[in-house]
Design a protein around this ligand. Structure first.
Ligand code: ATP
Ligand code: MG
Length: 758
């Protein structure tokens, strides 16, 4: 009889679930159920084999994936058991291990994790200290070099040995200081989380033994995108029981630029000759026409050693559409209109749609098009909640309450709200602390206890600094005894942030930002189940680790919306209807990669990943003209489009193109695009659409007239009833100013505010 946990799996998938001893590698194409198998396998191990959840380690690519997996697992075997499985990204798992064991590396357990923004602040401070100009030495590039070194497990000493250019010399000096600064602040950056864990295991075999014994099963999703340090971790922790379950797809490797190594998989096979390799061949996600297009893109790859064939029994389905728009604005408008058309026809939820693109900057046109049509959307990777200034301020306070030696956070809020501790005072304090070789916090304590000899500041500034020290020390005293929510409450009572926000941003924006802070209170509720003293550290850890994709479902009771997402972030996800936008030379493949055949191939795989996200309908778009870097240029369609046989695509004209005398598609039919390999395709041999007749520039759409006028009565979901004061068109949208009795005057965008007339 089939075990319940094997129902809904095909024979190959069942085999993968039941292969529970020794190393197992599942390398299979997109949509073949790898992630589903991983989830079922965990459930099977627990329910059927009797493995304790505590003994299972499962690594996912994003926190969102981990959450989803935990939820599905909860449905299969019950929430409490699912909860005990160690599941998360490499970063979140390492953070938890280090929290427990970093003292073996002579570091304190109350470390803070610096996110990208904090890392930049440190870098900038270092450039200042080294008297290097930010203009000449981009802090971001220097940090990227340091990060790449860390991912290759190259420390300062080893880096020093390999310095071969003047730039490296500069990076080395910054690297040294950067490490020192992080140590002094008791902070770890993202890369440290992995590197320090590998170090911990390398130098302390007794600690490693504990973990290696605990994790009887080690499972990793998206293994093709692991870098060197991540793979070392897998090998270290898995060595105890040798039960590895690694799944991935070589053709979907798209993170080489972040240090991902395909060689990891090959080396794993070499190191484990007994590895079982299980293929999965049936695709359950996409229709045949979509898979055919995907296959043709990947079949043209240089390296075809790993090409896996996938098949589906969903033979029917629409041909993939190829759409040429006039420019990026029309591209966006056309997509938005098409979403409305499909919705009208098929009654789909907005959740069914995703627009994918190569670069974040491409999102703007789509956002505008969605807003003007009143289509709700979710932008993945925009300004995230935790990157908003007011939230970062509160989090910085919470971090110094947790670890006052975190100087980045301390300097961030020492003068928030304004306490007359200006830049000069801060620099003097910093200098003084450096001379005494103590942290700024230690220096503040010396001041407060009057033990300081020749302190650098006096009078009002000193008084203000002492007040600040008292404030933080007072909150620190409470940190073990108060729930996270209560602690935030106390902080807000003592630091008048609400007034500050109103003073700084005005009534409306101030109120909006204050609401964000209140939202943080809601977040704190999620930690209620933890012991009081664990709530703050766990919260801080998770704040630092939320990745872009996680903002997808930050709001639990969210309303449906179109997803706007970059191709890199779309990995592992699926949507019924997908629009791939901007398939042009310079965007995909990206301009940065055109000189390097390896990078071109990675761009090809990126398109493959995008194509295989679609379940039922796929659109591939490019624009005839595009504005980039402030210039509008005529584009060349992506060379990858030339690899798709023309009978697999249907040309879908945009409204405007339809009126053209010479239709691009007709020329194309008689003049198919050439296959291009590694060379810049010439316009003439490619799409006639791009080189076709000169098209008239179409006027922008007439802005429509405002629909509200002064005196109209309206109702808003949060603010209640109000009276329209004025209304005007801003771009495509209507900005309505409404007076709500008792709530004040608000400026609202009609497309968002969902006002009801009363
Ligand atoms: N045996 C099956 N029967 C029905 N549906 C399945 C089966 N296996 C997988 N699916 C469904 O197919 C879709 C793709 O599965 P999944 O996301 O696990 O694929 P994947 O191999 O991880 O893809 P990717 O490489 O894109 O990460 C999911 O919606 C999943 O629920
Ligand atoms: Mg998957």
């Amino acid at each position: 009889m089939t075990h319940p946990l094997l129902i809904g799996l095909n024979a190959q998938q069942q085999r993968a679930v039941q292969a529970i001893h020794g190393p197992v590698l599942v390398l299979a194409g997109p949509g073949s159920g790898k992630t589903r198998v991983l989830t079922h396998r965990i459930a099977y191990l627990i329910n059927e084999v009797g493995v304790r959840p505590y003994n299972i380690l499962a690594v996912t690519f994003t926190n969102k994936a981990a959450r989803e997996m935990r939820e599905r697992l909860g449905n299969l075997i019950g929430e409490s058991r699912a909860h005990d499985v160690m599941m998360g990204t490499f970063h979140s798992i390492c953070a938890r291990w280090l929290r427990r064991d970093i003292q073996h590396l002579q570091r304190a357990n109350d470390f803070v994790v610096y996110d990208a923004d904090d890392q930049q602040r440190v870098m900038k401070q270092i450039l200042r200290e080294l008297d290097l100009s930010e203009k000449q030495y981009n802090p971001r590039s220097i940090h990227a070099r340091i990060s790449a070194a860390k991912n290759e497990m190259i420390g300062v000493a080893e880096f020093a040995r390999s310095v071969s250019s003047y730039f490296d010399e500069i990076v080395l000096r910054c690297y040294e200081r950067y490490e020192k600064q992080l140590l002094a602040n008791n902070a770890l950056d993202f890369d440290d989380l992995l590197l320090k864990t590998v170090n911990l295991f390398e130098y302390h075999l007794d600690v490693l033994a504990r973990y290696a014994e605990r994790y009887v099963h080690v499972m990793v999703d998206e293994v093709q995108d692991t870098n060197r340090v991540q793979f070392s971790l897998i090998n270290q922790v898995g060595a105890g029981h040798n039960n590895y379950f690694l799944i991935g797809d070589i053709q979907q490797s798209i993170y080489a630029w972040r240090g991902a190594r395909l060689a990891n998989v090959r080396e794993f096979e070499e190191a484990h000759p007994d590895v079982q390799i299980i293929p999965l061949e049936q695709n359950y996600r996409s229709t045949q026409p979509i898979l055919d297009v995907a296959q043709s893109i990947i079949d043209a790859a240089y390296d075809r050693r790993h090409t896996t064939k996938i098949w589906t029994d969903q033979q029917d389905g629409e041909l993939v559409s190829l759409v040429e728009a006039y420019d990026h604005n029309e591209e966006a408008r056309w997509v938005a209109d098409e979403i409305m058309r499909i919705r009208g026809r098929e009654g789909r939820s907005l959740d069914d749609f995703a627009v994918m693109y190569r670069t974040n900057a491409q999102s703007r046109a789509f956002e505008e098009a969605m807003i003007s049509r009143n289509l709700r959307y979710r932008l993945v990777g925009g300004t995230r909640f935790y990157e908003r200034k007011e939230i970062k301020d509160i989090v910085a306070y919470l971090r110094i309450i947790h670890n006052p030696h975190d100087e980045v956070s301390l300097l961030r809020v020492i003068n928030v709200p304004g306490r007359s501790i200006g830049d000069r005072t801060q620099q003097e304090l910093l200098q003084w602390a450096r001379n005494l070789d103590v942290s700024i916090w230690d220096a503040l304590e010396l001041l407060a206890t009057n033990e300081a000899q020749s302190p650098p500041i006096s009078g009002r500034a000193r008084n203000a600094v002492e007040q600040f020290q008292k404030l933080v020390a007072g909150l620190r005293d409470l940190r073990h005894d108060l729930m996270l929510g209560e602690l935030i409450q106390r902080l807000l009572e003592r630091v008048p942030l609400q007034e500050l926000l109103v003073a700084e941003y005005g009534e409306e924006e101030g109120a909006e930002r204050w609401e964000n802070i209140l939202e943080l209170q809601n977040v704190s509720m999620e930690y209620l189940a933890l012991p009081t003293e664990d709530q703050l550290p766990r919260f801080l850890e998770e704040v630092a680790l939320v990745s872009d994709v996680d903002s997808l479902d930050s709001n639990k009771e969210r309303e449906p919306g179109v997803t706007l997402i970059t191709l890199h972030q779309a990995k592992g996800l699926e949507y019924p209807v997908v629009f791939l936008a901007g398939l042009e030379e310079g965007l995909l493949p990206h301009g940065r990669s055109v000189d390097d055949p390896e990078s071109i191939e990675e761009e090809r795989r990126l398109l493959y990943v995008g194509t295989t996200r679609a379940k039922q309908r796929l659109y591939m778009l490019y624009a005839f003209k595009r504005a980039t870097w402030g210039r509008t240029d005529i584009t060349i369609p992506s060379r990858f489009l030339g690899d798709i046989p023309k009978d697999l695509l249907q040309r879908t004209p945009t409204r405007e193109v339809k009126q053209m005398p010479v239709h691009a598609a007709t020329q194309w039919q008689s003049n198919p695009p050439q296959r291009t390999r590694g060379t810049q395709p010439s316009t003439s041999s490619m799409w006639s659409g791009a080189s076709g007749p000169v098209r008239p520039k179409r006027p922008e759409r007439e802005p429509s007239a405002a629909s509200y006028s002064a005196g109209d009565k309206v109702r808003h979901a949060n603010f209640g009833e109000g009276v329209v004061v004025s209304s005007k068109m801003v771009g495509d949208d209507e900005e309505v100013t409404v007076a709500f009795p008792g709530k004040g005057v608000k400026k609202l965008l009609a497309a968002f505010a969902k006002l009801e007339r009363v």
